[in-house]
Design a binder for this molecule. Structure first.
Ligand code: GDP
Length: 329
């Protein structure tokens, strides 16, 4: 395919008409690391901005096996079939960087939802650092909003910083947990609990129902130990079964209730404003780094510095200073 893949207006027209092929191509365009795509990608995003911002943005996290894809399938189906809404599902999965394989992307997930015209599912970009993945997901949110998806679910796997990143681009952050894994906080960093707007103990069905209720109470107690947040929302702890769908509509009611509370208090606008500023800083940081790395000789000097630091021949501070000094000369 030639590099010139249509004008920005062509993309924006296709996106706002919810042409799924154009939508998918537009997201591929913004995910592209090719410098020649950057300007067109920027124009497409700018063209989408006037049509974006009106969706309900929900982040969903939990350890592998917690039931995220089952939950999203159940929630998405509920939104479509019961509430008559549309839903886009995006993923932030930097695990491919760490493990060489993607936790979220390797299996076939959400088949039923994926087959529905009223849903759009986009797997995580498979390459790139968390910063790049985050930027692409932010931009994909805007594109999906311009295509008229009123609900955006951003899924992330519970590895390190990705939760903070997803919390930073959504209005509501939901943690799915499992009961009966011994320590109820297992696998989830304490810091993540401080980010959440709701905790749902999943798989509360069959023999597991009672254990899920015990876990719910323990988690509610743990959350009570945190200082009350000043945004007027106390994160509820509930149980649900993604498999049977029990509790899923109630969770969405809580998402909507949270939005009401936040809009009334003005916190909603503040959170979105904070997120726009974060986006600005991320873009500046990434642009600076990309420009720096493109300067002649930087790439090889960086490699030398990495080698020296790895071998203990130089310390990181002086090695970094040398890379910068040489880059200026
Ligand atoms: P993910 O890795 O977090 O996306 O988890 P999955 O959605 O793939 O679920 C992991 C496994 O748990 C699958 O075998 C699901 O069928 C099962 N599962 C998910 N939700 C529930 C639930 O509510 N109840 C029960 N019993 N099993 C569930």
């Amino acid at each position: 395919m030639p590099r010139q893949r249509g004008s920005a207006q062509h993309y924006v027209d296709g996106i706002t008409a919810c042409d799924r092929a154009v939508l998918a191509r537009a997201i591929t365009l913004v995910e592209s690391e090719h410098p020649s795509d950057a300007l067109l990608a920027q124009e497409v995003i700018e063209g989408c901005l006037p049509f974006s911002g009106r969706s309900v943005r929900v982040g969903i996290t939990g350890v592998p096996g917690a039931g995220k894809s089952t939950f999203i399938e159940a929630l998405g189906t509920h939104l479509i079939e019961v509430r008559g809404e549309r839903v886009a599902v995006l993923s932030v999965d930097p695990s491919s960087q760490v493990s060489g394989g993607s936790i979220l992307g390797d299996k076939t997930r959400m088949e039923r939802l994926g087959a529905d015209e009223r849903a759009f599912i986009r797997p995580s970009p498979t390459r790139g650092q968390l910063g790049g993945v985050t930027r692409h997901t932010r931009e994909a949110i805007l594109i999906c909003e311009a295509a008229g998806f009123g609900n955006i679910l951003v899924e992330t796997v519970g590895v390190g910083q990705s939760e903070t990143a997803v919390r930073g681009m959504t209005d509501f952050f939901l943690l799915l947990m499992l009961a009966g894994a011994g320590d109820e906080l297992q696998g989830i960093k304490r810091g993540v609990l401080e980010l959440v707007d709701l905790v749902a103990v999943n798989k509360a069905d069959g023999d597991n129902r009672a254990r899920a209720e015990v876990a719910r109470r323990e988690l509610a107690n743990a959350l009570h130990l945190f200082p009350a947040s000043d945004d007027g929302w106390t994160p509820p702890v509930v149980t649900c079964s993604a498999l049977s769908g029990e509790g899923v509509p109630m969770i969405w009611d809580l998402v909507r209730a949270h939005r009401g509370v936040m809009q009334t208090s003005g916190e909603f606008a503040k959170r979105r404003a904070r997120q726009r500023v974060e986006w600005l800083h991320d873009l500046i940081r990434q642009t600076l780094e990309a420009e720096f790395r493109r300067r002649p000789g930087v790439s090889s000097r960086l490699q030398e510095a990495e080698l020296a630091v790895r071998q203990g021949a130089a310390d990181p501070i002086s090695a970094a200073a040398r890379v910068f000094r040489n880059a200026d000369s």
